[in-house]
Design a protein around this ligand. Sequence first.
Ligand SMILES: [Zn+2]
Length: 288
Amino acid sequence: MSETFDPSGHRGYCGVVCPHPPILLPPVGRGRESDAVATRIGMEAVAGRVREKNPKTILCVTPHGPAYRDAVCVSTVESLEGDMAAFGAPGVRMALPVDRVLADRIADCLERAGIPVVPEAVRKAPLDHGCLVPLYFIRTAWADFRIVRISTGFLSVEAHLRAGAALRTAVEEMKEKPLLLASADLSHVLRDDGPYGFHPDGPVFDRKIEQILRSGHLGSLTSLDAGMVENAAQCGLRPIAVLAGYLGCDAEGVGQADVEIYSHEGPYGVGYLTAFAAGCKGADDGDG
Ligand SMILES: [Zn+2]
């Protein structure tokens, strides 16, 4: 029945949480990135964990790809490319092969789980900064991977948790599980002098996300107060919910992840958190 909890990755399911501030890249920040040194160190720690796992495929879950009101979007194309020209650094560019077979299977599993999905082949979009910024750091440590981009939409948080579970189903048969990258900035309203000003719910949101991650009970992301979440002006909740589902956590409280947080700060008024998450106690009990 129940197996021993393996904190290094229950059955190999694991993922990372990374923010995506372009300013963090030296060619964009031009010195200003030094205000977020804890985040840079956190990104390097994440990159080190990715190298340890040496995943052949990274599932990039981003809030800044092609976004649909009532669907998620999956990159069913041969490759994705993009650069940071919009942020003044056209020299930072990437072209990454897509794991097409897996992308098709993911689209299929999402549909079967009742999550509307738009295949990206319909309208190919460049690699967005939600993917580019974390991958910039990851690629300094590990570059031998293909990706599948999963762009979150405006479906509920609970639907995104179920989308993560569908991703889990899609990779079930794979001996070496893909690593999931949840690209996620937290609240954008942490400081009066930040680009979006201050709202008291900003710090509340950031605190709650950190608490939930530390607890490992990631399914409770679905029970955050909707008004508070709205006021917090965030883009990361849905990608993190997809990670939660991928690790086997559900809204009923089944499943527990093992999360290691490397950094959490908001030097520019936007919350940045870096973490590695593995395993999921309970999720597979009974079928393993
Ligand atoms: Zn964002």
